[in-house]
Design a protein around this ligand. Structure first.
Ligand code: FAD
Length: 396
């Protein structure tokens, strides 16, 4: 008897969780499972702001995929997906491989959303993956050394961060922590360094509880961050940014954290999308494709008020688990379970030993929130790799 082929694209939060569930639940002869990912490692995206600022080494947040896989059950391919052909049940990789499937899971994550702002793609850096954060760290250090050689270059020490959502706030918290060490290393007056966080919405951390936002802003301002809220960026140039009111901020570094859209392969594969994210049914399947599941940042799901849920690791992980259960059910002839997100809470780091967040109905501030963030991180490591991974990659 032919065993069904399950193909999982992407080993981020969603894809990995699907794989972990399937390899735990299915026996060797129930399915042929293949996982494809651009790199041979998974990275903890929710911590990318740390190596970006240089407060942690990038190796710390990398996990070798082979360590998580039972190679007797899952075939791993390091490769880049070039094209998805849903009508032919086929996926093409950049190296020319053609992969056929009976069931497909698309978990290819996101890309920066530029909202059509001129020059952002060309001149701004973004916190996306290990390679991009290595470049940000090196660029920051280069700007310090450039200033030492060109003392008139005040913009060398101006760091603009576009977007004061989760990623922007977490990054400026880390960067502010790194500045004293950089100033000492490069013998630069800390008073010359400017970190400017620009947000188009009326408040930083849009949608977050106002008391928590106030705590975050007060703390980050004390660390030296300047916030410009209600301020839209009109253009990004090789000199810095131009604001909607026409003012220019000269900066040697612009980092864009203003939003994400689904991986462009979703659109180019012909799925119905909004901001690059595929519309899916209650079981996370795009309309008309009962053998395809689209999860994580690639999918669009709505809350009870009809508003889209923001893309988060929390939702991607839960979707991965749901998808794993539904694939198991489909193979064994069981009943599919609709996906219902359980939002347990959200915690944003503000740098060393500090965070803000809500868990259940409880607001958390400072060190308590920071400890909660560690608990969330360790729980995720435990889910994908058990105690050995917590001991290896956990931060205590
Ligand atoms: P990802 O985890 O991005 O995984 C996608 C995978 O697909 C990657 O391994 C990628 O290499 C691979 N891939 C992409 N394209 C291809 C291709 N063409 N071929 C092969 N492989 C490919 N969320 C929270 O819930 N809490 C937080 O505190 C939080 N903090 C964040 C902080 C930062 C700095 C950032 C950037 C994000 C944060 N998020 C947070 C959001 C969260 O990280 C994402 O929502 C989550 O990673 C989405 O999971 P995913 O599986 O959809 O995609």
């Amino acid at each position: 008897m032919m065993v069904p082929k399950i193909l999982i694209l992407g080993a981020g939060y969603g894809g990995l969780m699907t794989m972990v569930h399937l390899q735990r639940e299915l026996s060797y002869n129930e399915a042929e499972i293949t996982l494809v990912n651009k790199h041979d490692y998974h990275y903890i995206t929710t911590h990318l702001h740390e190596p970006a600022a240089g407060t942690a080494h990038h190796e710390r947040i990398k996990i070798d995929i082979k360590e998580l896989i039972d190679e007797k059950k899952v075939n791993f391919i390091e490769g880049i997906v070039k094209e998805i052909k849903p009508d032919q049940n086929l996926v093409l990789l950049e190296d020319g491989q053609e992969l056929s499937y009976d069931y497909l899971v698309i978990a290819l994550g996101s890309e920066p959303e530029t909202f059509g702002i001129k020059g952002l793609r060309e001149h701004a850096l973004s916190i996306r993956n290990i390679d991009s954060v290595r470049m940000i760290k090196e660029h920051i250090e280069y700007m310090f050394s450039k200033y030492n050689n060109e003392p008139d270059c005040e913009e060398c020490l101006t760091f603009v961060v576009g977007g004061a959502g989760f990623t922007g706030i977490e990054f400026v918290g880390e960067l502010a922590d790194r500045i004293p060490a950089l100033c000492e290393e490069f013998d630069v007056d800390p008073g010359k360094v400017k970190i400017i966080n620009i947000e188009a919405s009326p408040s930083a951390l849009p949608g977050f509880d106002q008391e928590l936002v106030r705590y975050a802003i007060d703390l980050l301002e004390k660390k030296g961050v300047t916030f410009l809220v209600n301020t839209a960026i009109k253009e990004c140039t090789d000199q810095g940014v131009i604001l909607a009111n026409g003012d220019e901020i000269k900066a040697g570094t612009v980092i864009w954290t203003g939003g994400v859209r689904g991986n462009s392969l979703i659109e180019t594969s012909g799925f119905e999308t909004k901001r690059g994210r595929a519309k899916v049914d209650d079981f996370l399947r795009p309309p008309g494709h009962e053998n395809i599941f689209i999860i994580g940042d690639c999918s669009l799901i709505f809350n009870e008020e009809g508003r889209p849920y923001p893309p988060t690791a929390q939702i991607a992980t839960q979707q991965g688990e749901n998808c794993g259960k539904n694939l198991t059910a489909q193979i064994r002839g069981g009943k599919l379970i609709p996906f219902i997100p359980h939002i347990r809470g959200t915690v944003a780091s503000l740098g060393r030993g500090e965070a803000v967040g809500v868990v259940g109905k409880r607001k958390l501030f400072g060190f308590t929130a920071y400890v909660m963030k560690k608990v969330i991180d360790h729980r995720y490591l435990y889910m994908i790799g058990g105690i050995p991974l917590v001991l290896k990659k956990g931060k205590f």
